[in-house]
Ligand binder design. Structure first.
Ligand SMILES: C[S@@+](CC[C@H](N)C(=O)[O-])C[C@H]1O[C@@H](n2cnc3c(N)ncnc32)[C@H](O)[C@@H]1O
Length: 315
């Protein structure tokens, strides 16, 4: 494909519809700009001239389908990404979690796990890890397998030592890993408190009774309908007065912020759930899902239980 060729909107709509019908993966409500950018690059890598040539490939070639899904799921992450975020968590959220005998945290869109391990280490240092259960979810099976395997590079830990310190970490980041031959594996006590699970924010249901939800650098790829669906899932999945942390790349719109959440930290975008109008948001959620061509709200799921619905043939 030539660099100056624009991807036809009609072909793109047909491709995304076909992808959804065939695999259950719903990218129809992702930001068109980012989807177009990914697919344009993907066509170059696959050596294809026209976007429509991808349609038979994804229908009849499972390997081509996997490659396309992999390309659409952007997995960039690192330990202590945006240290100010972790520092704000320490100041605003951990003191409240300290008052609980047991608490649950959901990292939505966890990628290969660096973010959830970063938090588990800070909880460990604060003496809170034994009271915590961390659920880390993603819609990409391949990246979840990597997160579960938890094999990191020692040089990457060296590179993130300063970010860990700025995040409020004490000592050496490497002390929380078993390092051998350049490979670093998180300590067993960290891994034991984390459950990795498949969850797709575009199609799956509520993940209940969390005291803290972290979803950073995920909804930037969503259009406003999908973002609203995800936010209403988060609202319903939080305990009364639970925390929602979005990081500095995303925010709530003014209406959502005023009626459903209280802003605690503007830079780190840390919010606290308000319970008023919860029913109206649940009703709105059904409306959004129906509007997006889906079925209304699915039954509540408890982490660890069978999920309400999974797409087939996932990444
Ligand atoms: C850029 S990474 C962010 C990782 C981490 N939260 C961070 O900030 O470092 C975005 C992740 O969101 C996941 N993702 C994208 N769409 C998703 C969806 N609909 N449901 C669940 N995860 C999704 C991708 O697979 C990817 O791993």
């Amino acid at each position: 494909m030539q660099g100056n060729t624009t991807v036809s909107e009609i072909e793109l709509t047909a491709l995304l519809e076909c992808l959804y019908q065939h695999s259950g993966y719903d990218f129809r409500h992702y930001s068109r700009t980012s989807v177009q950018r990914c697919i344009t690059q993907h066509l170059q890598i696959e050596g294809l001239e026209h976007l429509s040539e991808l349609i038979p490939l994804i229908l009849y070639r499972p390997d081509a389908l996997q490659r396309l899904l992999q390309c659409l799921s952007i997995n960039v992450t690192e330990f202590y990404r945006d240290p100010f975020f972790f520092s704000a968590l320490q100041q605003r959220v951990l003191p409240v979690l300290k008052t609980f005998a047991f608490f649950k945290i959901w990292h939505a869109g966890c990628s290969s796990g660096e973010e959830v391990y970063s938090l588990a280490i800070l909880l460990d240092e604060a003496g809170l890890l034994d009271r915590a259960r961390l659920y880390a979810t993603d819609f990409n099976h391949g990246i979840l397998a990597r997160a579960r395997e938890a094999v990191f590079q020692e040089v990457d830990l060296d590179a993130r030592q300063e970010a860990y310190r700025q995040s409020g970490g004490q000592g050496a980041l490497k002390q929380h890993f078993h390092c051998r031959y350049g490979v670093a594996k998180p300590a067993r006590r960290l891994r034991e408190h984390i459950t990795f699970a498949h969850h797709n924010l575009a199609v799956d249901g509520v993940f209940g009774e969390m005291q803290l939800i972290i979803c950073r650098n995920v909804m930037i790829y969503f259009d406003r309908h999908l973002k609203r669906r995800a936010l209403s899932l988060f609202h319903q999945s939080l305990d009364p007065h639970g925390f929602l942390c979005l990081g500095d790349k995303e925010s709530l719109d003014r209406k959502m912020e005023q009626s459903h959440f209280e802003l605690l930290d503007r830079k780190a975008r840390i919010y606290r759930k308000q319970t008023v109008n919860a029913d109206s948001l649940a009703a709105e959620h059904d409306h959004i899902v129906t509007d997006m061509g889906g079925t209304p709200r699915k039954p509540l799921a408890q982490p660890g239980q069978e999920k309400p619905r999974c797409s087939k043939n996932m990444v």
